[in-house]
Design a protein around this ligand. Structure first.
Ligand SMILES: Nc1ncnc2c1ncn2[C@@H]1O[C@H](COP(=O)(O)OP(=O)(O)OP(=O)(O)O)[C@@H](O)[C@H]1O
Ligand SMILES: [Zn+2]
Length: 614
């Protein structure tokens, strides 16, 4: 019996197709490592793997292809090396690069049978979604947070895309909560990380995205005061490197600012007023702090221990910033930013947040907890990643059979009646700005082509746009009826390059055409003699539907399943769910140490066996 005997039995006639497939895996992190292993063990013959990052100590607990000696090496290259040892015959191609690089253009995407996303950020996911739609390649999108996981198949024209629904934006806090009236540990942590640290060692608070001024619009006086505080702190920054620096910072943020706040009596009618800290008293108690306290990250530190770490980390950061400033050509570029894996910034944020928490009588947090909270980390769980990666492969088998009806959205969760829930894929949202568009490829000679070539020759003449329309890039609008100054400019001067997207919006009131999305192909050394802009082929651009048809109701909101209605019964178990009739081909008993009295039924439909019902 060979290693893949059972594999061949379960995959049936699909095994060959899988072996000949060429797939792309984007991300070699938590899901990516599991998925690479699964793809190879399922027999996928050619896997291209891309990741921009290097291996970090904190990856090792779940990214099982990596070992301690691989730290700082490329994730993609090490993953390839490790996986190749257990599947030497597979063709694995690794790229240590960003998937957004222009070399990975739409033609390159189009060479794959399936693309798998195993990413950790919205921006890269959106990019791959767009590229796969433009190249008309199916995408298996996946993600996990803690115990929750999700897998979704995306195919142009058949299912909804990643951008058919709006995505939740990261949580922000009103600035007054953070700066004046904190009531939870997270408020103190955000204050230390997004205000105090950047104000002392980085760029100004105006750039900190965790502050939201909009909710405080009525509070102009308080905002003005806060801005004054920030200016005062900038002055203190000048004394960095002198013996008074620590004292000045402490006195400013833990005494003076708090005394000023206490003075605003209206604020404390319904809340307990904050109590400033006393520097002299704390300095006296310093000797009671245990040495090496910073490495004790599991318990909340005492007040004097926080003071000790505050002083020490402030010194470490000051020294680092000064060294950086000395070697940087431009002083403004020498900044220190928060990184949960940078022990100096984490110590500083933990200690400062806890000192502030004492002032407001808020619970203090351990360094370990602070790291999770400040890094917006929900712990990654290896089992969730493994299950999700397994489901990705099962869905890709449907994709290879062109069976999009059954390429379901799958949700993993811990609470609720079932760990795995699924629902039929939703059709594309007709109003989606990303997928309900006509895609077309346009070849541009960037040395010559002007916006007028595009607007006049291609859009008006060739594609017969008669009325009003606009043209935009991901950076903004470059042409509309009131913005024609750009017409003589070269497209390259308007930021257009290889793999740029250009969106043409028909602004007519009466039955406008759907948006037209061009993806740019721009050979670096162009030698062609024809027009500077050439359409790959003339696209057919349908008119928009009259009234938007609402997308069918989904039981899932933001990826969380509502389980109320879901009861598992024989029908749902796949035996009579409208699937094409299945043909039983084998009644196999697995003999290797498995209970012989319970044979496993394998069922095969036309394209291959189905081992697990979905
Ligand atoms: N634009 C991109 N191009 C290529 N790879 C990317 C891109 N954006 C993110 N990635 C990769 O996707 C992977 C996502 O994996 P995962 O969610 O496990 O994150 P991680 O960085 O390994 O772990 P953690 O964030 O928990 O420390 C990472 O390895 C990351 O480098
Ligand atoms: Zn869409």
């Amino acid at each position: 019996m060979t290693r893949d005997t059972y594999l061949k039995r379960s995959l049936g006639t699909q095994a060959n197709r899988i072996k000949q497939s060429r797939v792309l895996l984007v991300g070699a992190g938590g899901i990516g490592c599991e998925l690479l292993k699964n793809l190879l063990l399922t027999g996928f013959g050619e896997v291209h793997l891309i990741d921009l990052d290097t291996i970090d100590l904190s990856n090792l607990n779940r990214q099982f292809l990596f070992r301690h000696e691989h730290i700082k090496r490329s994730k993609a290259l090490v993953a390839k090396e490790a996986a190749q040892t257990f599947q030497p015959s597979a063709n694995i191609v690794a790229h240590h690069a960003n998937i957004k690089d222009s070399q990975f253009n739409v033609d390159w995407f189009a060479t794959f049978d399936v693309v798998f996303n195993a990413l950790d950020n919205l921006d890269a996911r959106r990019h791959v979604n767009k590229m796969c739609l433009a190249a008309d390649v199916p995408l298996v999108e996946s993600g996990t947070t803690g115990f929750n996981g999700q897998v979704q198949v995306i195919k142009k024209g058949k299912t909804e895309c990643y951008d058919c629904n709006s995505k939740e934006v990261p949580k922000s806090f009103p600035v007054c909560t953070i700066r004046s009236t904190p009531s939870q540990p997270i408020h103190c942590i955000v204050w230390a990380k997004s205000y105090l640290l950047p104000e002392l060692f980085g760029t100004s608070e105006a750039d900190a995205e965790e502050f939201d001024y909009s909710a405080d619009a009525d509070n102009a006086e308080e905002i003005e005061n806060l801005q004054k505080e920030a200016r005062a702190l900038k002055e203190i920054r000048q004394s960095m490197g002198t013996s008074e620096f620590t004292e000045k910072v402490f006195e400013k943020v833990f005494r003076e600012d708090i005394e000023r706040l206490r003075g605003m009596e209206d604020m404390w009618k319904t809340r307990k007023a904050p109590e400033p800290l006393d520097l002299a008293q704390l300095n006296e108690a310093l000797s009671t702090a245990e040495p090496g306290i910073s490495s004790m990250d599991q318990r909340a530190w005492t007040l004097s221990e926080n003071m000790a770490v505050f002083k020490d980390s402030l010194d470490r950061l000051s020294t680092r910033l000064r060294t950086l400033q000395e070697s940087a050509a431009d002083n403004s570029q020498a900044v220190l930013t928060f990184d949960k894996d940078d022990v100096d910034t984490l110590d500083f944020v933990t200690a400062s947040a806890n000192l502030r928490a004492k002032i407001f009588e808020i619970e203090t947090k351990s360094k370990f907890d602070t790291k999770q909270m400040a890094g917006n980390i929900i712990p990654a769980i290896a089992t969730t990643n493994a299950m999700t990666a397994g489901l990705c492969v099962l869905m890709s088998l449907k994709v290879l059979k062109d069976d999009y009806e059954n390429a379901k959205m799958v949700f993993l969760e811990r609470s609720g009646a079932r760990a795995i829930n699924s629902e039929k894929p939703n059709p594309p949202n007709p109003n989606c700005p990303v997928c309900s568009v006509t895609n077309a490829k346009v070849k541009i000679d960037l040395k010559r082509a002007t916006l007028d070539d595009l607007v006049g020759n291609v859009l008006r003449q060739q594609l017969e746009y008669r009325g009003e329309f606009s043209v935009s890039t991901t950076q903004g609008t470059i042409y509309d009826p009131d913005l024609d100054d750009n017409l003589p400019k070269k497209l390259s001067d308007l930021g257009i390059a290889e793999s740029s997207f250009l969106t043409v919006v028909d602004e007519e009131d009466e039955q406008p055409r759907v948006n037209l999305q061009f993806v740019v192909v721009a050979p670096a050394e162009s030698t062609w003699q024809e027009q500077p802009i050439v359409l790959d082929k003339v696209p057919e651009i349908p008119r928009k539907p009259k009234a938007p048809t609402p997308a069918p109701e989904s039981e899932h909101v933001n990826g969380t399943a509502s389980l109320g209605k879901r009861k598992r019964d024989a029908e749902e178990a796949g035996l009579d769910n409208g699937d094409p009739p299945t043909k039983r081909v084998a009644n196999v008993t697995i003999s290797d140490g498995v209970d012989k009295t319970h044979p496993i039924d394998l069922m095969e439909d036309e394209g291959g066996a189905i081992l697990i019902d979905d």
